[in-house]
Design a protein around this ligand. Structure first.
Ligand SMILES: Cc1cc2nc3c(=O)[nH]c(=O)nc-3n(C[C@H](O)[C@H](O)[C@H](O)COP(=O)(O)OP(=O)(O)OC[C@H]3O[C@@H](n4cnc5c(N)ncnc54)[C@H](O)[C@@H]3O)c2cc1C
Length: 520
């Protein structure tokens, strides 16, 4: 059994119930529903989906299965991975098995003005891949085909990261992704995709060479640099849920390294100023084969704040000690513990995922769902002493949040290959970021229904306290309903172009939620 929320893993989720929701009132003009008043929301548990929607028609048109509350196994498919949103019960979940199924769902939703949302891995921080209407679920569209000669993988939209690693490494190839085993490749890619190999190989979205998308008109389109070039731009950093339903992705792969050296350093909390300064200078200057992140975990039960600096070196084993020495020198304080593990690339992937093996890390079976809150900052200039002091105080404040199993922040080192691509090439807007801060709070899986507001207030307060020092930019893959000017926070410099793309592919804003990209 693996904990999605194990302390060394990245993640976090925000609560929809305590935040404004997207809601539209639609007077359906669809045949058979003339005059039907439908209040739509892609998010809220409180929205009403009108009775009288002819669900049997949708069921008949699908090759996959339509689950409703009366269907056996509904409970197994109704929710995403964060149990805090389990109170939101969709009227129907369409487990699609083909692009045709997805197109049928879109046609049905249009015709009967049914509110819908799209789900792949179900990790949306905001809960915005669930809702009270129709959930279009791609989970079963998870086939992966590797073309060894072309060094590409064509991946069904429902595949999870662990599936992708299993298939690619089996052919001695690899894709840069995030760490969590059951995050969906779709959501990860559309928002960016940051992980241990980011500095060397770039973001996951930088590997997208083609995609299949069902657009608002219900048509399935091949998207690549020359076909629907605007949509191709948007799929690489523009976030999920705004432009259509992604049904498959073709990604370019790298040669899997024969081995990786994974290092870990621990420090006392009092060394935080030195740790942060050393981290910031290494991220800006180190060999891009040297990955680095810093984890701060405030554990109320122990009263301690643990500090770990860790990463992977993808160069020759003979050089790893010198690389780690350079980091320790930049920090200027001797670590309390230091370890370096020479291991296979597959072992490093499994370590990051918190998995013993591929076979014992099956999404939906082996991975425990853990409730949590999260938000983020994208940081392009080093923190000053004043910023570091505020950061430390916020970490200390986390120790007082009742019910937490831990609170804290993870700083993921960036630049390297991230800055090889520009904001005119793709919608991912943070090409000059030094690092991403993921603020997080988690509580016990045994108390999923705990009031999430104190946790949301904590992570949001942390981000707000840091904003004067790091600026307002944020990572769309940690959707935060409390960020009011989300367009400029997620996509500084690319938002206008995203809006123009939206106007082209979805002028009536069918794909709409509280932080979707609006038409221009
Ligand atoms: C435990 C955990 C660990 C994480 N680790 C990392 C990490 O290491 N690195 C990193 O960069 N990020 C990480 N994230 C953030 C993660 O990348 C985002 O939450 C991502 O959006 C999840 O994708 P998904 O397919 O699982 O989510 P979903 O909840 O299914 O979808 C996310 C968004 O995309 C939309 N969407 C989903 N499928 C489709 C589709 N097929 N077509 C169009 N729109 C769609 C949804 O409507 C929703 O708005 C983590 C999150 C969690 C919870």
């Amino acid at each position: 059994m693996h904990l999605t929320g194990a302390p060394d893993l990245e993640w976090g989720v925000m609560n929809s119930s305590s935040h404004p929701i997207s809601r539209r009132t639609v007077l359906s003009a669809g045949a058979g529903t003339a005059g039907l008043l439908v209040t739509t929301s892609t998010v809220g548990a409180t929205s009403a989906v009108a009775a009288g929607i002819p669900w049997p028609k949708l069921r008949k048109s699908l090759v996959g299965t339509l689950y409703q509350p009366s269907t056996s196994a509904y409970a197994q498919v109704a929710h995403g991975t964060n149990p805090r949103y389990d109170g939101i019960n969709p009227k129907a979940v369409a487990r699609c098995v083909s692009t045709g199924d997805v197109a049928a769902c879109i046609a049905f939703a249009r015709r009967y003005a049914v509110p819908f949302t799209v789900r792949s891995g179900g990790h949306a921080a905001s809960g915005w891949s669930t809702g009270t209407g129709l959930v279009i679920d791609t989970t079963l569209m998870n086939a992966i085909t590797i073309d060894g000669a072309a060094r590409t993988a064509t991946i069904g939209a429902g595949a999870r990261l662990i599936d992708v690693h299993r298939a690619t490494t089996d052919q001695s190839l690899a894709l840069p992704t995030g760490t969590c085993p059951d995050v969906g490749i779709s959501g990860l890619t559309m928002g960016g995709g940051i992980g241990p190999m980011t500095r060397l190989w770039g973001l996951t979205c930088d590997r997208l060479v083609a995609a299949t998308v069902v657009t608002a008109d219900g048509k399935s389109q091949l998207v690549n640099p020359t076909r629907f070039a605007g949509l191709y731009f948007a799929l690489r950093g523009g976030g999920g849920g705004s432009f259509g339903v992604l049904t498959s992705l073709t990604m370019s792969l790298d040669t899997m390294p024969a081995a990786i050296d994974s290092y870990s350093l621990s420090y006392p909390f009092s060394a935080t100023p030195s740790v942060l300064k050393g981290f910031q200078s290494i991220v800006a200057t180190a060999d891009r084969r040297f990955g680095v992140e810093v984890q701060f975990r405030a554990v109320r039960s122990s009263g301690k704040i643990n500090v770990t600096v860790r990463g992977d070196w993808a160069g020759p084993q003979s050089d790893v000690a010198a690389q780690v020495d350079a980091l320790v020198t930049a920090i200027g304080v001797a670590p309390t513990t230091r370890s370096i593990l020479h291991q296979s690339f597959v072992s490093s992937v499994l370590d990051h995922a918190g998995c013993g093996s591929f076979g014992s890390c099956v999404p939906g079976a082996d991975i425990t769902r853990v409730p949590g809150s999260a938000t983020s900052s994208m940081v392009s200039t080093p923190l000053t002493d004043a910023g570091i002091a505020v950061f430390m105080q916020q970490l200390r404040n986390g120790l007082t949040v009742p019910g937490q199993t831990y609170t804290g922040a993870t700083l993921d080192g960036m630049r390297g290959a991230v800055s090889d691509t520009t904001t005119s090439d793709s919608a991912f807007a943070h090409r000059d970021a030094l690092f991403m801060v993921h603020y997080l709070a988690r509580w016990s899986p045994n108390t999923p229904a705990l009031d999430p507001r104190p946790f949301d207030q904590y992570v949001s307060g942390f981000r707000n306290a840091m904003t004067p020092y790091v600026g307002p930019s944020a990572y769309v893959n940690y959707q935060d309903p409390l960020i009011a000017d989300y367009g400029n926070a997620y996509w500084p410099g690319t938002f206008d172009r995203l809006r123009a793309v939206k106007t082209n592919v979805d002028p009536t804003d069918l794909f709409h939620f509280a932080q979707s990209v609006p038409p221009a």
